[in-house]
Write a protein that binds this ligand. Structure first.
Ligand SMILES: NC(=O)C1=CN([C@@H]2O[C@H](COP(=O)(O)OP(=O)(O)OC[C@H]3O[C@@H](n4cnc5c(N)ncnc54)[C@H](OP(=O)(O)O)[C@@H]3O)[C@@H](O)[C@H]2O)C=CC1
Ligand SMILES: O=C(O)C1=N[C@H](C(=O)O)C[C@H](O)C1
Length: 267
């Protein structure tokens, strides 16, 4: 039998937070001990339509939450500003964060890595929890060894705060490990409208679409003379992320280090 894992969820009323609460409810050894929300308007989680009936306390202050509740893991699903603060407070209190929130800067990631080391507390930051997205990134890295010209097109719902997506940034970083820096396209190309060629990472391009109707989709398009190769991943619902959240929570319990990307926890 698995040991019970006590959890705090940050962002419980959000689209991902709600899925995380449902995951906790259906997983025998997961237990919700608290939530961190932006506001506490007296509304209990059980008052919200479609939410599992938990009695866990809701905190608006992360420090207070970690001081008052005995938690093993923080599931962080808010926004880059709040998420960074929550993850930091969790590490300071020796609570292991599992972070889905995207949009952290390189400096913030480094600070969290240092804090994880100085507190000997594990943290998993997953730019994408969906197994298909992890495989898309792995296949893209493999393909980049043979196709050095590549552009990433990510498509998300129009409530997304960060661009490019965490997944696109991570994909570009994995490709960077095998691709030599070089400028793509015509050497003399000019943008007649600024931004037309997208964001630039060592000469490869990232394009971010934001439209209602999308949840999360990414295409990694490779090209060489006479052929193109497209690797496409689509999350059609947010439940697609939850097996990855479950996996990360179980794994982080055995870690005392900083892990950036679920692929680092897979064989
Ligand atoms: N790694 C992955 O696989 C995935 C990651 N994500 C990422 O997860 C994050 C959440 O996404 P999503 O659920 O779609 O976003 P939502 O906007 O639906 O939810 C975010 C929630 O966080 C709350 N919130 C905002 N500020 C704070 C705060 N200071 N303290 C506590 N709660 C706060 C919001 O409250 P309010 O509405 O009142 O502001 C809202 O309920 C994003 O960064 C997204 O990119 C999303 C999908 C998959
Ligand atoms: O905001 C989202 O929705 C998503 N965010 C993550 C990202 O930035 O890559 C993961 C997934 O794409 C959904």
């Amino acid at each position: 039998m698995n040991k019970t894992i006590n959890m705090i969820v940050a962002g419980p009323r959000g689209k991902m937070g709600r899925e995380a609460l449902a995951l906790i409810e259906r997983t025998e050894h997961f237990r919700l001990v608290g939530c961190i929300d932006r506001k506490n308007d007296g509304m209990n989680l059980r008052d919200l339509e479609g939410m599992p009936a938990f009695d866990a306390p809701i905190f608006t202050d992360a420090t207070e939450a970690f001081d008052q509740v005995n938690a093993d893991v923080l599931i962080e699903l808010t926004n880059p500003h709040a998420g960074y603060h929550h993850a930091k407070q969790a590490l300071i209190h020796h609570v292991r964060p599992v972070v889905g929130t995207s949009g952290f800067s390189t400096d913030q990631l480094q600070e969290l890595e240092e804090l994880s080391a100085s507190n000997a507390t594990g943290i998993v930051i997953a730019p994408n929890f969906a197994i298909g997205a992890i495989l898309m990134m792995r296949f893209a890295k493999e393909a980049a060894k043979y196709f050095p010209d590549v552009e990433i097109i990510e498509k998300h719902h129009d409530n997304k705060l960060d661009a490019p997506s965490g997944t696109a940034v991570k994909t570009a970083q994995l490709i960077q490990e095998v691709r030599e820096k070089h400028k793509q396209g015509h050497p003399d190309e000019i943008e007649t409208i600024e931004g037309a060629r997208g964001a630039d990472v060592d000469g490869m391009k990232i394009h971010s679409m934001r439209l209602p109707g999308f949840i999360a989709q990414q295409e990694v398009v490779f090209g060489m003379s006479g052929q193109t190769l497209t690797i496409n991943h689509n999350s059609a619902d947010r439940a697609s992320f939850m097996s990855g959240v479950e996996f990360a929570v179980n794994e982080v319990m055995n870690r005392e280090d900083f892990v950036y990307g679920l692929e680092n926890l897979m064989e």
